[in-house]
Design a protein around this ligand. Structure first.
Ligand SMILES: Nc1ncnc2c1ncn2[C@@H]1O[C@H](COP(=O)(O)OP(=O)(O)OP(=O)(O)O)[C@@H](O)[C@H]1O
Length: 231
């Protein structure tokens, strides 16, 4: 049987808005193989962020299951879920969410320090070099360009050596050329460390950088899910 790093089964997420039920996800069977780079595309409000949040254990489904790295997230307590997120998932969002009074290096190692773990200096060095941040090691976020700030956010997401990187519009605040550069670097780093990427984008060119594109419409996958249908 194929080993999937992510597997959702008949995943549903409904939101109640007054008397209206919003079906943000309406029966999603989504599978991602280890080391794959999958782009999720679709119109605003189609359910992309909701799907990513379910996979990352940031929110709970109405029904159906989410299995990440062989673990059914429904079986985890709140504390176990927090540890799962911290150790297994690297989140990258559109906003960089850097701590303004910490420098580049300090921002990158922050998750390790918060987890009370020893910093693998050699690994941090390697990530910083790959993401071309070495020269800005001591710089504060406010002195960096958008692309540099997002590269710091990516380095921070990678520092705990997550198996899965979940990125929600990571290039949304960047100009096209910078967005491509940043994504190109993310792709190289993920290959190097054998990580899996699930990325949401509105940008078709960015989506083309992925191994596979999945389109979501009205809470359902309409293209891409058939990819593994025969397995
Ligand atoms: N907390 C919530 N409460 C109520 N409705 C919500 C909530 N979160 C999302 N929704 C609704 O669920 C649907 C899917 O939202 P979602 O954010 O997943 O879409 P999206 O494809 O990521 O959109 P965008 O590209 O604009 O970020 C939308 O109709 C949205 O209004």
């Amino acid at each position: 049987m194929e080993n999937y790093i992510v597997e959702t089964r008949n995943l549903k997420k409904y939101y109640q808005q007054g008397t209206n039920t919003v079906k943000a996800l309406d029966g999603v069977d989504f599978r991602v193989k280890a080391e794959e780079f999958v782009a999720i595309i679709g119109k605003s409000g189609s359910g992309k962020s909701t799907l990513l949040h379910m996979i990352g254990g940031l929110d709970v489904p109405t029904s159906g299951s989410v299995i990440v790295g062989g673990k059914n997230l429904a079986g985890l307590t709140k504390e176990q879920l927090a540890i799962f997120r911290r150790r297994k998932i690297g989140f990258v969002f559109q906003s960089y969410n850097l701590v303004q009074d910490l420098n580049v290096y300090e921002n990158i190692i922050l998750p390790i320090e918060l987890d009370g773990k020893r910093v693998d200096q050699e690994f941090v060095q390697e990530i910083m070099e790959l993401l071309q941040l070495e020269e800005r090691r001591e710089a504060l976020p406010s002195t960096l360009s958008g692309g540099q700030q997002q590269r710091v956010a990516i380095a921070r997401a990678l520092v705990s050596k997550p198996t899965l990187i979940l990125a929600d519009e990571p290039t949304g605040n960047l100009d096209t050329a910078t967005g491509h550069d940043v994504l190109g670097l993310l792709k190289i780093v993920a290959k190097q460390f054998r990580q899996t990427i699930v990325l949401i984008t509105h940008d078709n060119d960015i989506a083309q950088m992925a191994d596979r594109i999945v389109r979501i419409e009205d809470g359902k996958i309409v293209k891409g899910s058939e990819f593994y249908a025969e397995e």
